[in-house]
Design a protein. Sequence first.
Length: 132
Amino acid sequence: MARQGGNREYEMKRSKTMAAALFAVVAALSGCGGFNWNPWSGPQESKVSGTPPGAKAYGCEGGKRLLVRHASDAKSVMIIHPLGEFRLDRVASASGEQYSNGKTTLTVKDGEATLEEGAAVPFAKCKPEREP
């Protein structure tokens, strides 16, 4: 019986050590330059340089930059950000163009774009950038 108790203690110490090591790795990686869990926060958006082929760039309030690629059939758009791309499908709108996935909505009206994420508006008053 003493043997089993010792084995359990060893396993518990080993589990705690592994958890501490995993925490240290995650903490170290989160301190790396440019690593950001939230793609909508801080200057992350402004770090994207250049405009990917087929995308339209918008300069937004707060110095942010919004990149949008329209599908050739005009039924959807891809929102491009440093951590990847996601698709929004065209939805009915009384005025302007509107694209949504149920959580995120892009509205383009009179040349100005707004991207809403639930109740938050991470990109507002976005005007098309001039092409070089």
